[in-house]
Design a protein around this ligand. Structure first.
Ligand code: ZN
Length: 382
């Protein structure tokens, strides 16, 4: 590595002011923002490194005594991972720190941005059966998502390589340049185009993920679906979404539920609804029906004299509550079936019954709405 004094073109006994002046002169000539030549960038690094050592009295005396810098092990190797002169110092030197010094500190916008970003939230659909909504279930879903690259572990670098400090912006992620405005000359920062504001460049991007730090993968995911979900319910799985680029944090995954229709049962909030037919004579005499429910076979009592449309409620056989405990009810609507095909013997028996009950001639009245509407329906069918 070249001698720092030679790099700056000053004598060994140069004053601090001479060193500063020499650096400023070289920096104006070599700064990558001014000089696009590729070798200028390396020269700029060298003069900046030299200036960083010689402008610090402690580092300078150490360098004078040992001929090399502390901390680089005398190898004179690289730049030790971007710890050389802060951008702000350079600019203070570069432009004399005058005028816009007030804006100097605030305008940097916090320095380079990290490569790591949070992944994007994703939404997937899960179709479940009504029974699953009643009791809750576990479901395994196939998800197309992004996972951390197994080759580079999210670093984006081919294994064995590392990001390097961007030489264009000196690792600051932004180029500051003086801009004339009506307020005078102010410092304007713009994102460094060489590193996209990251402050580092990746010389050898990971080949598996093309330097993204993540790859797309189809994975299966087993989730717990609680009782009480309905079509449209969204379950948030924090941190189960896609991995962020550059080793960034995982996003959230949302699972939207769709509950399939059931042949027998209809959902009404926490309740289940069903309809059962009761033969006319059974409705009149009373009986017990059997209904195959999600809880197995249940007896549905039909009391004597049951009217069509009456509801029998089976407590706690409905849907589990999503919030709170317990379950809704199972409500069974009983529909009395009037026989539509009668053989001679049945007809004779019914006529006999009608006679016994004084029902040979019946007039619909508004007081017996059920009867009245039944007649009306019959007329409509004529
Ligand atoms: Zn990778």
């Amino acid at each position: 590595m070249a001698d720092h004094y030679e790099v700056l073109g000053v004598s060994r006994d140069a004053s601090a002011e001479e060193i500063k002046r020499a650096y400023r002169k070289l920096a104006r000539k070599l700064h990558p923002d001014v000089n696009p030549a590729p070798e200028a960038s390396d020269q700029f690094k060298n003069v900046t490194r030299a200036y960083e050592v010689l402008s610090d009295s402690e580092k300078r005396s150490n360098y004078d005594a040992t001929g090399h810098e502390n901390g680089t092990g005398g190898m004179g190797g690289g730049f030790g991972g971007g710890d050389f002169g802060g951008f702000q110092d350079i600019f203070e030197t570069f432009f004399g720190g005058g005028g816009g010094s007030g804006g100097m500190g605030g305008g940097m916008g916090g320095g380079p941005t990290g490569r790591a970003r949070r992944g994007q939230d994703a939404l997937i659909m899960a179709k479940i059966e009504l029974e699953d909504a009643v009791f809750g279930t576990e479901k395994t879903l196939e998800v197309d998502t992004a996972v951390v690259c197994p080759t580079c572990d999210g670093t984006c670098c081919q294994p064995g390589t590392h990001p390097e400090t961007c030489t264009i912006c000196n690792g600051q992620g932004a180029i500051r340049r003086p801009v004339r405005s009506i307020l005078g000359t102010v410092m304007a920062a713009e994102t460094c185009s060489a590193c996209q504001g990251f402050g580092t460049v990746i010389p050898d991007p990971c080949r598996e993920c093309s330097g993204q730090g993540r790859i797309r993968e189809r994975t299966s995911l087993t989730i717990r679906i609680p009782a009480g979900v309905a079509t449209g319910t969204r379950i948030q799985l924090a941190g189960r979404g896609e991995a962020g680029p550059g080793g960034g944090p995982n996003a959230d995954l949302y699972v939207e539920i769709e509950v399939r229709q059931h042949d027998v049962f209809v959902r009404d909030g926490d309740h289940l609804l069903a309809t059962m037919s009761v033969p006319m004579a059974a409705a009149a005499l009373g009986t017990t029906l059997t209904l195959d429910t999600f809880d197995g076979e249940q007896e549905v009592p039909v009391k004597a004299g049951t009217q069509s449309g009456e509801v029998q409620t089976l407590k706690e056989l409905g849907v589990g509550r999503l919030r709170g405990s317990g379950r809704g009810d199972l409500k069974v609507t009983l529909r009395v079936e009037t026989p539509s095909k009668l053989d001679d013997k049945q007809r004779a028996l019914l006529e006999q019954l009608a006679t016994l009950r004084g029902e040979e001639t019946v007039h619909g009245t508004t007081e017996h709405r059920g009867l009245f509407s039944k007649f009306r329906d019959n007329f409509k069918n004529l």
